[in-house]
Design a protein around this ligand. Structure first.
Ligand SMILES: NC(=O)c1ccc[n+]([C@@H]2O[C@H](COP(=O)([O-])OP(=O)(O)OC[C@H]3O[C@@H](n4cnc5c(N)ncnc54)[C@H](O)[C@@H]3O)[C@@H](O)[C@H]2O)c1
Length: 315
């Protein structure tokens, strides 16, 4: 679908990272933007820069876990602009907690935001995209949706997003619908995703502690993300995919090799194994060394010298 000046784009998770870059990319194309995010302060801070492109900007505080709130976002969009053309279900989170020993709420949070948040967005906007006669949905997954290894709740959520988006594409194709569908699967991108628990919901209690493994190797992940693709580059790929009506948006060829190797393993019926080298990270052996070192702790302090004999009592 060609992007036209005056079209309307909705982006969730628009206050930071990839979502903000998507909103900026659409605004630069002259499209009106509906920017939704759970973080109202961050959203208010980015709104002026979006409006500076000379387009109308509607900001709305929305928690994508809440189906009624996402329906409300669709209603507000239609009330303000009368139409919607592009919907990017992009809001997403990752957790640093231990998936197996940490609180179960970690799973609920990640699956609610990353999977149900996307489902809510599709269900809320699809009738309006149909009614408009042309439109495009972009769901943000990850290369973690094609190759597990980042962390169980996140990987599971992103596999779900890839699968449901592929099903959505096939369903709409079967109906000859005038609505295109893309799934975005980036590798590392320079965003604030590592600190996603800044949005940990208060109703789930205290922010869970980082797992031992995360604590040992988080600095490597932070560096990979700091050196990753810029969000603006990712947004350009998304805009191109919409223009070409292309389903797969796979900006990182190195990560694609990891996913292809995984499928070779599956075809061969071999057991899963971590790649020797994950793009952007040190060799896997080095990661294991760091984890082992943190589990065994620093070398024990040498035993203290025995206390000196007390001076002889002069008496
Ligand atoms: N950064 C990466 O390396 C990378 C790689 C692959 C995929 N992704 C995906 O990209 C998407 C965007 O993440 P990002 O990297 O830009 O991170 P980010 O933390 O910079 O931005 C995420 C945004 O989503 C918002 N958000 C969080 N929970 C929300 C909720 N319940 N409702 C509404 N908004 C909510 C946050 O406030 C934030 O503004 C996510 O789906 C993420 O999984 C990121």
């Amino acid at each position: 679908m060609e992007l036209h000046s005056g079209d309307v784009a909705v982006v969730t998770g628009a206050a930071s990272g990839i979502g903000l870059a998507l909103a900026e990319r659409f605004a630069r194309a002259g499209m009106h933007v509906v920017a939704a995010d759970v973080d109202d302060a961050a959203l208010a801070a980015v709104a002026p820069a979006l409006a500076a492109h000379g387009v109308d900007v509607l900001t709305q505080t929305v928690d994508v876990r809440d189906a009624a709130a996402v329906d409300g976002l669709a209603t507000a969009t239609l009330e303000r602009f009368g139409a919607v053309h592009v919907v990017c279900n992009n809001a997403g989170v990752s957790s640093r907690a231990d998936p197996w020993a940490g609180p179960l709420e970690v799973w609920r949070w990640v699956l609610d935001v990353n999977v149900l948040g996307v489902v809510h967005g599709v269900r809320a906007f699809l009738p309006h995209l149909f009614a408009g006669g042309r439109g495009h949905i972009v769901n943000t997954a990850s290369m973690a949706g094609l190759a597990p290894g980042v962390g169980a709740p996140y990987d599971a959520s992103k596999h779900a997003v890839v699968a449901l988006t592929e099903d959505l594409y096939l369903d709409l194709q079967a109906q000859l619908a005038p609505v295109g569908v893309s799934v975005l699967c980036p590798g590392w991108v320079r965003t604030n995703i590592v600190d996603a628990d800044r949005n940990w919901p208060a109703e789930h209690g205290e922010v869970p502690e980082r797992s031992v493994v995360t604590a040992a190797i988080e600095h490597h992940f932070r560096r990979a993300i700091a050196e990753g693709m810029t969000p603006a580059e990712v947004a350009d790929r998304v805009a191109a995919a919409i223009g070409e009506d292309r389903f797969w948006v796979l900006p990182d060829p190195e990560w694609l090799e990891v996913a292809a190797d995984r499928w070779d393993t599956i075809r061969a019926g071999a057991n899963p194994a971590r790649p020797d080298q994950i793009p952007g990270l040190p060799p896997t052996s080095r990661l294991f060394e760091d984890i082992l070192a943190s589990l065994t702790g620093p070398p024990a302090d040498p035993p203290a010298d025995p206390p000196a004999d007390p001076p002889a009592d002069p008496a």
